[in-house]
Write a protein that binds this ligand. Structure first.
Ligand code: GTP
Ligand code: MG
Length: 440
């Protein structure tokens, strides 16, 4: 049996005590340093979250005060009265109609556009909707669009005489031209129905009997979006400000679709001999001025004096009586008589735009700067952040689809030659004689 002396016992006791003290102090040390590290981390987190909170809310006071202070537009405006209540439906409803040319199969896209325009504008006003088609609308289309509209809906069949290719078009030459344009990969170059549509929209939509009772139309296309609340009733502005044509986007046309359009227009201007048309105007400058910082000549392959600028007619608000006028119909009939709608592929956009700039006065055309609008592939949005917030804009589109300041936009040229934003108008008109130059 092993016996331990008293001496050994006390040594063992001290060794044990030493180990206990060593391990427990290490444990306490680790515990304390761990807690200290956690505390530091916590303090750091507190500090950063306070810093980011401060950064986030640093300008709250200013933001709120700018909202409370009322309108402070960060872009120059055309018209300081534009948000006055008199345009917001307090006055009597104007004789306007929402107009859609559409095919039955486009129903889901038509509904998408309607839903958007109703939510952002028409649910407060209940303007009528008129739908036009070259074949009868089916029941499904009528039922769904009727339920989507807040106003009355009406449907009309376009007579063949207003839609189909006229008999005097040379069939063989027409077929040849379709093939040529297809080979050149021209957009809708080989489409017959697209040509009917463009000619109809240029010269016949306003003659449809169903529109006789209206004074203004607002053209709506399937599959577009209006992504800001309308801050006013645009019909009311058209009426009160005596506007005859309104647009949101202006861009350049593909030259290959209109090779002889400008020559035809020039021939007409010469025949007109100043009766309807005066070319010594700012509006004529808008379509013939090549000297623009935003649309360098290289972006437009036009070979003539027309700079190809046009109002993008998938959105347009117009005075039907302008299109019904003798001046417009004379102009259209002359263009039509050359066959260019079929032998080439003249769009209603350059035709409406050239007519408006030749036949209207400068202040009869309005750029609706406060409307957010998307027709693929481009969109426009009110410039001022104030408007974007106040009009509850939801803009999910890629910034590079924003057309206003892209190389193919004609907006800055409109600012220069149209009725103008205030600051541009003043500076431009001072410098006008030096700056104005058109290509000869
Ligand atoms: N009823 C009818 N409507 C048509 C026809 N072709 C085009 N449209 C309508 O005319 C308008 C213009 O046609 P779109 O196909 O949108 O032409 P676009 O805007 O130049 O080109 P995308 O929208 O890019 O296709 C739209 O409202 C169409 O629904 C047609 O053959 N019959
Ligand atoms: Mg379209």
């Amino acid at each position: 049996m092993v016996t331990i002396s008293n001496n050994h016992k006390s040594v063992l006791k001290y060794v044990l005590l030493y180990y206990c003290a060593f391990f427990s102090s290490r444990f306490i040390y680790e515990y304390i340093s761990d807690s200290l590290a956690k505390y530091e981390e916590y303090q750091l987190e507190e500090k950063y979250s306070k810093l980011s909170h401060d950064a986030l809310h640093m300008y709250d006071g200013i933001r709120r005060s700018s909202l409370l202070a009322g309108l402070k537009i960060s872009a120059s405006s055309y018209n300081d009265k534009i948000l006055d209540e008199e345009y917001m439906g307090n006055a009597a409803k104007v004789n306007g109609v929402l107009l859609m040319l559409v095919r039955n199969w486009e129903l889901p896209y038509a509904l998408r556009s309607m839903r958007s325009l109703e939510d952002r504008f028409n649910h407060d006003y209940h303007y009528d909707w008129v739908f036009l088609n070259d074949v009868p609308f089916d029941d499904e289309f009528i039922e769904a669009t009727t339920l989507m509209a807040s106003g009355t809906t009406k449907y009309a069949l376009i007579p063949s005489s207003d839609w189909d290719k006229p008999d005097w078009i040379d069939e063989a030459y027409f077929e040849q031209r379709l093939k040529d344009m297809e080979k050149q990969n021209i957009i809708y170059g080989s489409s017959k129905s697209y040509r009917n549509m463009c000619r109809f929209n240029s010269g016949f939509f306003f003659r449809q009997e169903i529109l006789d009772q209206y004074d203004y139309y607002f053209r709506v296309e399937p599959d577009v979006e209006y992504f800001c609340d309308f801050p006013y009733d645009p019909f009311q502005i058209m009426y009160q400000e005596k506007k005859k044509y309104g647009f949101v986007i202006s861009i350049v046309e593909y030259q290959s679709t209109i090779p002889t359009l400008w020559k035809t227009v020039r021939d007409y201007i010469e025949m007109d001999q100043g009766r309807d048309i005066d070319t010594n105007t700012d509006l004529y400058g808008f379509i013939t001025d090549w000297n623009d910082i935003r649309t360098p000549r290289s972006r437009v392959d036009s070979t003539d004096k027309y700079n190809n600028c046009h109002f993008w007619t998938n959105f347009e608000i117009g005075d039907l009586n302008f299109f019904r006028s003798e001046e417009y119909i004379r102009f259209f009939d002359y263009l039509d008589s050359t066959g260019g709608f079929y032998y080439e592929r003249w769009g209603d956009a350059p035709v409406h735009s050239i007519a408006a700039t030749l036949l209207l006065k400068e202040d009869e055309i309005i750029h609706f700067d406060e409307i957010g609008y998307m027709h693929a592939p481009y969109f426009t949005i009110p410039q001022a952040n104030y408007f974007q917030l106040k009009q509850r804009c939801i803009n999910n589109y890629q910034e590079d689809s924003r057309i206003d300041f892209s190389g193919i936009s004609c907006l800055t040229r409109w600012w220069k030659h149209g009725p103008g934003k205030k600051f541009m108008k003043e500076t431009y008109h001072l410098a006008r004689n030096d700056e104005f130059s058109v290509m000869e």
